[in-house]
Design a protein around this ligand. Structure first.
Ligand code: FES
Length: 108
C-alpha cells in the first residue's frame, strides 16, 4: 500500500536542484530535473555508500562524487561502473499546489 510523505514544495527546489531528506528510516535524495519532473532515489551509492547529494547531475543521470559511478534517476539503473547494483527509487507525485510527495512503500 502506498505511503506518501510530504517532501516540500516544488517551488523551493530549482530545476537542477537536489535535496537530501530522511524519512521512514531511509536516506533519500530528491532531484528536480525539469519544471514538473522530480525523482527520488536512495541517497547512498550502491558501490561504497557515498552520499549522492554532491554528485553531478546530467539530465536524468547522477554521478557519484566518490568513484564516478553513474545512475539513471528514473530507474536507478547503473550506467557506469564501479557500481553494479541499481539504486532504489521511489515514486514521486506533485500535487496541484506544488507539494511534492514521495511514496516510501512502493519502490518504482
Ligand atoms: S562510492 Fe559511489 S562509485 Fe564508489
Amino acid at each position: 500500500m502506498a505511503e506518501y510523505i510530504g517532501a516540500g514544495n516544488i517551488e523551493d527546489l530549482p530545476v537542477g536542484g537536489k535535496r537530501a531528506l530522511r524519512a521512514g528510516g531511509k536516506e533519500l535524495l530528491l532531484v528536480r530535473v525539469g519544471p514538473r519532473e522530480v525523482y527520488c532515489v536512495e541517497n547512498r551509492c550502491t558501490h561504497a555508500d557515498a552520499p549522492l547529494e554532491k554528485g553531478e547531475l546530467e539530465g536524468t543521470r547522477i554521478e557519484c562524487p566518490r568513484h564516478g559511478a553513474r545512475f539513471d534517476l528514473r530507474t536507478g539503473a547503473v550506467l557506469r561502473m564501479p557500481a553494479a547494483v541499481p539504486l532504489r527509487t521511489f515514486p514521486v507525485r506533485i500535487l496541484e499546489g506544488g507539494e511534492v510527495e514521495v511514496d516510501l512503500e512502493e519502490e518504482d
